[in-house]
Design a protein. Sequence first.
Lengths: 474, 321
Amino acid sequence: MLFASVTFLIFFPIFFILYWFVFNKSIRMQNMFILLASYIFYAWWDYRFLFLLIFSTLLDFYTGQRIHEAKEKKEKKIWLLISVLINLGLLIYFKYCNFFIDSLQTAFKALGYSSNISTLSIVLPVGISFYTFHGLSYVFDIYNDKIIKTKTFVDYAVFVCFFPLLVAGPIERANHLLPEFQKKRLFNYGLAVIGMRQILWGLFKKVVIADNCAEQVDAIFIDYTSQTGMQLFLGMFLFHVQIYADFSGYSEIASGLSRLLGFEILKNFSYPYFSKSIDEFWKKWHISLTSWFRDYLYFPLGGSKLGQFKQVKNVFIIFLISGLWHGANWTFIAWGLLHALLFLPTILMKKSINRRLPNLFSIIFTNLLIMIGWLFFRSITIDDAFHYLYSMIVKLSLHPWSILLVFKSFLIYGIILLFLLEWINRKQEFGFSFLNEAALMNNSIIRLLLYTFIGFLIIINLPNSAKSFIYFQF
Amino acid sequence: MNLSLFIKKSLLYISLFIVLLYTIQMGVDKGLRKCYDKEPFATFNTVIGGKAGSEVVFLGSSRIRNHIDVPLFEKISGKTAFNLGLDGSNLFLQQTIWDLYRKNNKLPKILFMELDWVRLEKDKKIFDKYRFLPYLNDLEVSKVLIEINDITKSDLYIPLYKYRGYFQYMWLGINNLLLSSKTRINKKITQNKGFNSLGGHLRDTQVNLKNYKIEARDVEQSLAIISKINQQLKNEGSSLILINSPIFKDGYLNIMNKSEIENKVLMFLKKEQIEFQNFETNEPISFNANLFHDVMHLNQLGAKCFTTLLYEKNSKLINDK
């Protein structure tokens, strides 16, 4: 079920009413109801993978119990290892199996051998990377004594399967969200209003900006060899906008929905494109994944405490794994590697390369670097990415007419509106936060008109068939 | 208490929002239904507005719309005529516009209807779907579009949802609603005859119909439509003539089951006693590249030649009616 779909438009209000009016008698009933709704939400895509989700939940719940009850450190370690191996085993099988087979075949071919290994027809279960990481955070936190085991399976399962976060995060931490499921929930009017605004803002980002960018990006990337330099630059820029609007839009909606149900979830984006350096960007982009890697991988590897060489090595490991987490393709690894390289000056010189530039130039320069990274992320092969980049540079002409053509599209005004509102609100939580602050917005008529305008834009921009969020594939 | 207030306020706002969207949708629909100068709405509006009634009517796809020069036909025959050709339409959509015509206009004395092998297939997607959006309230239109499966219930019931992605037509509708004066509209109605002439000359001499197979089930359903229309005309003493207009000589490629389809159709026509005039490989039209816009479509000059040819072949019948 997609957030920007008619099905969800029917599903959520029914869920909301039942959640607050029928199942509000006890925490247990509410949790069971969320779990049931989450399973329906997930099964809407493919009910077969529901069993995988339930298996993964059971596995982590059981190993969590065993780790908690184990007296010896060694026993704890064994149960942790079992959980990690099975979780990652499933992830590798579903997500990376064909990638490894393909890569092996290529390697054999390069060495002059022929191989008979053929790829398997495996469908990637939606959200597997997200719920696997949810589950792992639970066992890690129990192992590190940051939380105690949950008493009931439902409490744990609802943490892993909570439908607003189930398929594209934010990747929640057991020590943050689990306690919320064990507390009585009270409806908070102010929080719910902010939640509604967040949903509206998220839908605007997804439907009006990201989906419209996607159409143009797809058309440019599919036939990039015949495009002009300006069109190639536009394609790269629009993908830069698309991936941000799509993913942060999803996160806003997820956060808004959670607030309507009385939960506060982790913040996933903090205006990353206003960053003045790559290291700042990584503090603001997909925060839940970055902090997950930091806490469960970077720190255990030693972080920055074991000298500069080890720190560089650890940063490279994190970025390579982060790249691979995004998808089973060398392009994602190249993207991770590029960001690791861009991160190097920060480690070696203890400052970023563009620190001396004025703010605006720093932001533009950082965005250009990020855009080049996205080029690898979006291309089918690394060759394509290099070829795209080369063609763009060679063919680029800054003819004023070709630049003016860009402004013929309505989309560009939507993008300007998006970043303008986000810039105004960069110190606030999200792009619509000014509604709480600006004096003008105290007038309810003006607020209603604004909601109506955004709602109108969303309705007339809905795609013919609901489009998935980019991060569903990860 | 807070929760009730939240729900009440949300419901109130959502209701107002829905009313506003419905109002805009009604405005856009109305504006587009008043549009007589911009195709594809102009022909539809003339038909629905009851201003298309003629003695001779032509029904088909773009190969009727672009091929029958109605003003010329009226001039040489002395009869009133109207072109109901609908770009990219199969027989299922042609039936829709025919039903709308019948509902709002007097029945013609003669109906020339296209019989093209390719059009016997039920398309999975509707060509230029936006053409039908202002008319979704008409059962004749929505029924067939839902059947083809390219229009959903959401299009019918969620306000403005049907216009998603078609901002320019929403704008056209609003513009028309606010700016069109009655006299301007009336002038345009009388000018519209449904014909659209194509310019240019033939460039590509082949159309890619390689490995194209027409489903037998679709053919049977299409023939049932022809049979129904024939019956309607017969009951009123009117005539139906099926025509297949010219195609450039090298254009017709590889419909894998063409002979099978052809046999089936010819048997049907014999049984129903319907006249079929096949101009598909007509000499000299099919051999003259100067008469074609592309392999499937005649240009302006080609349309004049074909209209004259069609009149000459049927002049006796036309004059007798």
